[in-house]
Ligand binder design. Structure first.
Ligand code: BES
Ligand code: MN
Ligand code: MN
Length: 462
């Protein structure tokens, strides 16, 4: 396999250019104004998969954005790897915080990416990481080095909850049959500290609406005499955590998996500098649940966060008004064994219960999904670990992530297979934020590492 690095040196300019072209199309699944571009992106992915050597590639229509499915089956007796990724991206706003337009990719170097990084929405999440798999396939098929069968399933609705993919997976169990699922849609600790993601958190996402009087009121004539929905909503939100930053919803922690001291000690070995962490975010202190470290707070512990809050007058100048309504969007990150539907119900019951007289409360669930943990003694994990050893020269550290890819637990239920999360992004790559970027070194390292996963997985499978 020594030729993968020479193949990359020979073709890296084209690999970069192709990714840049893909990043120029704003496939924002959440915003219907980008419908055409999102459909167009599916077509581009299809074309690229054909060129990379798939035998067949199809655009599978759904009620929403299509799933691009491709495969190359070389021998039914050999194992099959199913690659999953997504071609949709998050909305880029707030636009004024971008240093260059989000869909006009530019290459700039940063402290952590001295060889340059591509700045664009989707560079890391997930076009860049998904495209590493397409280029790794190109190498394997063109150099006759594909050791097993491969299936690609690239969706366009990951950022909006994957509802149609769930239906597709349930309806296509046989077609999607595989021995392992491979995803690059997470991160690693640092370029010199490779890690493999062994866990994802679950998610429950809700929207709340608090209604007070039937119309907006003069805050002098009525203020202090009727419930102000914004005052009430913020107070209710404050009640959701106690003084130790534990979540106060009754039953919320009932099923939370408690890690043993040994497991926690193992986790604490991952290199981490609190000073760097604070400095990178320009904060003077970290904040969170009492009794847990920063890395525990963002991976093995459940959380509740307001993602957006609005109501009343926010325009220029001052307007004296008591709004009739106030709103918030709230996410709860969950850990293994917490069921997202149960948690959504617990939230709803509790939030309605703490509402004072004088307001009406409406809780609307959005989407959600279960968490995921993968064992580190599986063939898949061992193959991934060997692949990193080969290309990074270091054994990767298993690490649970705080993010969510809800479809992964569904893959396990429906397809009965484990997922290996080989992410090559860094937490500082600003996914979902302005100035999202992906290191060129990371992009090429991913392309280099993936074929070794195929090789070792096939060998270990025999
Ligand atoms: N790729 C991310 C998830 C991720 C990023 C996991 C980094 C681990 C490390 C994915 O695209 C994502 O953003 N997921 C959403 C949930 C989804 C249902 C909208 C999330 O985690 O907020
Ligand atoms: Mn993603
Ligand atoms: Mn995302």
């Amino acid at each position: 396999m020594d030729t993968i690095s020479s193949y990359i040196s020979e073709h890296k300019d084209r690999f970069l250019q192709e990714l840049i072209d893909l990043l120029k199309v704003p496939s924002i699944s959440a915003d219907s104004a980008y419908k055409e571009d999102t459909f167009k992106t599916a077509e581009i992915v299809k074309e690229r998969l054909m060129e990379a050597g798939c035998d067949t590639v199809e655009i599978c229509e759904t009620k929403g954005y299509p799933i691009v499915y491709g495969e190359k089956i070389i021998d039914k007796n050999l194992p099959t790897i199913l690659v999953y990724g997504h071609y949709d991206v998050q909305p880029p706003d707030p636009l004024d915080l971008w240093h260059s337009p989000p869909f006009d990719p530019v290459i700039k170097s940063t402290d952590l990416h001295p060889d340059g990084a591509i700045f664009a929405r989707g560079a890391c999440d997930d076009k860049g990481q998904m495209y590493m798999h397409v280029k790794a396939l190109e190498f394997m098929t063109s150099k006759d080095k594909l050791p097993c069968n491969v299936k690609f399933m690239i969706e366009g609705e990951e950022e909006v909850g994957s509802a149609n993919l769930a239906t597709y997976v349930a309806a296509n169990r046989e077609k999607l049959e595989n021995d392992v699922i491979l995803i690059s849609d997470t991160g690693m600790i640092a370029n010199d500290v490779p890690s493999i993601t062994t866990g994802l958190r679950g998610l429950s996402y809700v929207e709340v609406e608090v209604t007070g009087p039937n119309r907006d009121l003069h805050s002098g004539l009525y203020g202090g005499a009727v419930a102000n929905p914004i005052n009430v909503l913020t107070k209710m939100i404050a009640l959701l955590h106690d003084e130790n930053n534990h979540i106060t919803i009754p039953g919320f922690y009932d099923k939370v998996e408690n890690l043993s001291e040994v497991e926690r000690a193992e986790m604490a070995k991952a290199p981490f500098s609190l000073e760097h962490y604070k400095k990178a975010l320009d904060i003077d202190a970290v904040y969170g649940e009492e009794g847990y470290t920063t890395n525990e707070r963002n991976s093995i512990r459940p959380t509740l966060d307001v993602n957006g809050i609005w109501g009343g007058y926010t325009g220029e100048g001052a307007k004296t008004v008591i709004a009739s309504k106030a709103y918030a969007k709230i996410s709860m990150r969950l850990v293994p064994h917490q069921d997202w539907k149960d948690i959504t119900q617990l939230f709803k019951t509790h939030f309605e219960h703490i509402a004072p007289a004088g307001v009406k409360v409406k809780v609307t669930p959005h989407h959600g999904g279960q968490g995921y943990v993968t064992p580190i003694d599986s063939i898949g994990y061992r193959a991934a670990s060997k692949a990193y050893e080969k290309t990074f020269g270091k054994t990767p550290i298993p690490q649970r992530s705080g993010g969510s890819i809800p479809i992964v637990s569904l893959f396990e239920e429906e397809l009965n297979s484990k997922t290996i999360l080989m992410g090559f992004g860094l937490d500082s790559d600003a996914i979902h934020s302005p100035n999202e970027h992906f290191g060129i070194w990371n992009y090429l390292k991913g392309i280099e590492t993936i074929p070794y996963f195929y090789k070792y997985f096939t060998e270990l499978h025999q």
